[in-house]
Design a protein around this ligand. Structure first.
Ligand SMILES: [Ca+2]
Ligand SMILES: [Ca+2]
Ligand SMILES: [Ca+2]
Ligand SMILES: [Ca+2]
Length: 115
């Protein structure tokens, strides 16, 4: 009877250890950036490990880490390339009248016939 109990307890212990993953669980850090693969969203990219806005661009290279609609700002004016009408001109980003002259340098930003 006692032997049976010991065997049952032994088997239960082995099962419990297997279930909780206590046995032989080695979490690796493939890219060596200090973030193990189980928490590293980019396990093969040592420059990235997190993507707060979940747009596929890691926070370190994402110019807008909390805006899923933007990740690049080529001219660095604070307006993302996707909505920046002049993505390579840091002085302009909107052209309200669509005449090709940005609002900041357009004396008549709402009149396409003059600027
Ligand atoms: Ca890593
Ligand atoms: Ca991102
Ligand atoms: Ca911009
Ligand atoms: Ca204009």
């Amino acid at each position: 009877m006692t032997k049976k109990i010991i065997v049952v307890v032994g088997i239960s212990l082995i099962l419990a250890m297997g279930l909780c993953g206590c046995v032989d669980e080695v979490v690796e850090d493939t890219d060596g950036d200090g973030y193990n693969n189980d928490v590293d969203l980019f396990p093969d990219d040592s420059t990235e490990w997190e993507d707060t806005d979940d747009d596929g661009y890691g926070d370190n290279s994402d110019a807008f880490p909390t805006d899923a609609s933007e990740h690049l700002d080529s001219d660095g004016d604070g307006v993302g390339d996707n909505v920046d009408v002049f993505p390579d001109d840091p002085t302009e980003w909107v052209d309200s009248d669509g005449d090709g002259y940005g609002d900041n340098s357009d004396a008549f930003p709402d009149d396409p016939t003059q600027h």
